[in-house]
Design a protein around this ligand. Structure first.
Ligand code: ITT
Ligand code: MG
Length: 209
């Protein structure tokens, strides 16, 4: 049986400020005190997995062990149908390594441009459908773990639109909407996103709501 969170304190094992903001807001109704990996000075583990679940578990276990508290990690990414699901689990890497060798910063505009460049090679009629995936993993210092997966379908848009959100949000238009994730109010993104989908499963099992 899956272990349940029974304490008040939870480490949010991410170094991404945008994710931290969204996860903290999603947890707000459940009376959990969120401690961020940055706040605790936890190192950023190398993401050596080949699936979202492997990377989420790796990040959650590393933080739980280091902090001796339960930890929640998020591994996510954008998969483009016409690119065979790329960049997928390598979404962060496309900004980091391919474009800025030796530069610790990540330029999301360039990363989105790489996706667009590959799509454009397939012609004007290319299928622009894509989806965001999010896998949330909770790990406990004793080694227990739980995994929740979410997804939202949409279309890759170019040029990028909007200034809210983070990462690839300006290039993603969720199904049933005309605005990108970076144009929609955060409350709407939080209602329909891949992270919200995974979170609903976490809440159902962990908090019985
Ligand atoms: O590993 P942590 O420290 O959590 O932070 P990260 O930014 O490295 O996160 P990932 O390894 O999971 O990489 C996923 C990338 O996918 C993108 N991404 C994930 N969720 C997103 C969202 O809701 N909106 C826009 N981009 C998103 C974003 O660029 C992330 O950097
Ligand atoms: Mg990462």
């Amino acid at each position: 049986m899956t272990r349940k969170l029974d304490g008040q304190r939870l480490v949010i094992a991410t170094h991404n400020a945008g994710k931290l903001r969204e996860i903290s807001a999603l947890l707000a109704p459940y009376g959990i005190e969120c401690l961020s990996a940055g706040q605790l000075g936890l190192p950023e583990p190398e993401e050596t997995g080949t699936t979202f679940a492997q990377n989420a578990l790796l990040k959650a276990h590393a933080a739980a062990k280091a902090a001796q508290l339960p930890a929640l990690a998020d591994d996510s990414g954008l998969s483009v149908t016409a690119l065979g699901g790329r960049p997928g689990v390598y979404t962060a890497d496309w900004a980091e390594r391919q474009w800025f060798e030796g530069d610790p910063g990540r330029d999301w505009y360039m990363a989105m441009g790489k996706v667009e460049g590959l799509l454009a090679q397939q012609g004007a009629e290319v299928d622009r459908s894509c989806w965001f995936s999010c896998t949330l993993a909770i790990a406990w210092p004793e080694g227990d773990e739980a995994v929740y997966e979410g997804r939202v379908n949409g279309a890759f848009c170019w040029p990028p639109r909007g200034t809210m959100g983070f990462g690839y949000d300006p290039a993603f238009i969720p199904e049933g909407h005309d605005q990108s994730f970076a144009e929609l109010p955060l409350a709407e993104k939080q209602r329909i996103s891949h992270r919200a989908d995974a979170f609903a499963k976490l809440v159902a099992e962990q908090f019985g709501a």
